[in-house]
Write a protein that binds this ligand. Structure first.
Ligand code: GLN
Length: 198
């Protein structure tokens, strides 16, 4: 199978490695440019996007990662990973960097205090059968999608009904939620298939 990196500066790295392995890929951690060079795809996990943005600079990964994304590296970002992959971020710190891998505008911590963390079942494009259980933790949502961006999932009901929470543009995908914590590997499987096809 393909070798897929998990950016390992912060966040729930092990869960992503496990999900990738279960999906037929070889999961490896990425902390330095030489490790980034060696992967066929990259997962950017949840965590704190402004902290991860700092760490990307400190570890000399920011420009190499931008360059590889420009070059067509398949990538999947969850939560803070979605924020980092975006072209535009609302409600962030002025000095926070992002990677311009997905033509979307994302709002950080968009669901508000009352619903800091919540779960819902949703339909996910390309995933048949049971609904996907989506776990949101201080999650962003997507406020604008570019012309080339496909919406994969929206919040089905409640105050945030219709908000876009999963997207794909070519070989780059992102979810506002954390599929790595549920044991359902189908979102990771979709990304592994994307890497295989690339
Ligand atoms: N709120 C975090 C941020 O803005 C993201 C939370 C997460 O990744 N679970 O970066």
């Amino acid at each position: 199978g393909p070798t897929i990196g998990v950016l390992a500066l912060q966040g729930d790295v092990r869960e992503h490695l496990d999900a990738l392995t279960a999906s037929g890929a070889t999961g490896v951690t990425v902390r330095r440019p030489s490790e980034l060079d060696a992967v066929d795809g990259l997962v950017i996990p949840g965590g704190e996007s402004t902290t991860m943005s700092n760490l990307l600079s400190v570890f000399d990964l920011l420009e190499p990662l931008r360059a590889r994304l420009k070059d067509g590296l398949p990538a999947y970002g969850s939560c803070a990973g979605m924020i980092l992959l975006a072209t535009e971020v609302l409600d962030t710190r002025p000095d926070a960097q992002h990677l311009d891998g997905l033509d979307i505008t994302v709002r950080r911590n968009a669901f508000g205090r009352q619903v800091d963390s919540f779960e819902t079942d949703l339909e996910f494009a390309g995933i048949d059968g049971d609904a996907v259980r989506a776990v949101f933790i201080r999650a962003p949502w997507v406020e604008r999608v570019g012309d080339d961006v496909e919406v994969l999932a929206v919040v089905p009901a409640g105050p945030a009904a219709g908000k876009v929470v999963a997207v794909r543009q070519g070989v780059v995908m992102a979810t506002s939620f954390h599929p790595e914590v549920t044991g359902d590997r189908r979102v990771h499987q979709q990304f592994v298939n994307l890497v295989r096809a690339a």
